[in-house]
Design a protein around this ligand. Structure first.
Ligand code: MG
Length: 258
């Protein structure tokens, strides 16, 4: 009887040892981490030569949308060539000819655009230096003379018009050039037309962050709420607002696809 007990205990010990060995084979000890195990050497970021801030040149991989000479990269939303007025290395809104948009369409991008409110501009609130940059033809980043000009907060320069109050008012006075840098991630849509990934925008004016990764709610609407409308790549559109104030000017426009 005692002999049988010893044999049984021996078999049990052998089975346990075998099970442990199998488990160790199945789950081997993780390799000890070394610094190089979390370092990736490829692909390397592409080399981009930055523009010259003195001459306002564009980065080496940018598409120049206006270089001071002509509006060849633009067209009128009413059809035909863009008819805004090119002079002295800038172009000025011609309110009689409506909005203009780029001929090329874009997805996600980094856009640089400079704009200037004329000295002595008249009007107030939304009727003073009103224009805008429509991202993919749908979402307006407001342009307005907000220098000493009160208006509703979510309609100020740097707002996604009527959707968000900018984080700051960084306006320079009329006659000085404001610099917009806009970083935009295009939306991705579900099959039912809703956003799977909503559009996101960061806006910097004169080096000051006005919007920090704002999630756009939908199209810009003057009356009513934003709408979600499925779309693909779209142009950059500049607004001819139609108010009675003196028109603003633009210069040094370039875009980088992302
Ligand atoms: Mg506007």
């Amino acid at each position: 009887m005692r002999k049988l007990l010893f044999i049984s205990l021996g078999l049990l010990w052998w089975a346990a040892a075998l099970a442990q060995e199998n488990q160790e084979k199945q789950y081997p000890e993780p390799e000890k981490m070394r610094p190089g195990m979390t370092e990736f050497w490829t692909p390397q970021p592409k080399i981009v030569t930055p523009g010259d801030p003195v001459t306002c040149s564009a980065p080496s991989d940018a598409i120049v949308l206006f270089d001071g000479k002509n509006l060849d990269a633009w067209e009128s939303v009413r059809g035909g060539d863009a008819k805004w007025i090119v002079h002295d290395g800038v172009f000025t809104v011609d309110k009689s000819t409506g909005d203009i948009r780029t001929r090329e369409k874009f997805g996600s991008f980094q856009l640089h655009i400079e704009w200037c409110v004329p000295v002595g501009i008249t009007g107030k609130s939304q009727g003073r230096g009103n224009s805008g940059v429509f991202l993919q033809d749908k979402y307006e980043i407001q342009i307005l003379d907000c220098y000493d000009n009160e208006t509703y907060a979510n309609g100020q320069t740097g707002s996604v018009y009527k959707q968000v109050i900018p984080l700051a008012n960084a306006m320079l006075p009329p006659g000085e050039w404001n610099v917009y840098d806009i970083i935009y991630s295009a939306p991705v849509f579900n099959e039912d037309g809703t956003y799977r990934l909503a559009p996101v925008v960061t806006v910097i004016q004169n080096g000051i962050v006005l919007l920090n990764g704002f999630v756009i709610r939908g199209t810009t609407e003057y009356i009513g709420h934003p709408r979600v409308i499925p779309h693909g790549d779209g142009p950059i559109r500049l607004q001819s607002h139609g108010d009675k104030s003196e028109p603003i000017s633009f210069r040094n426009v370039w875009i980088r696809k992302m």
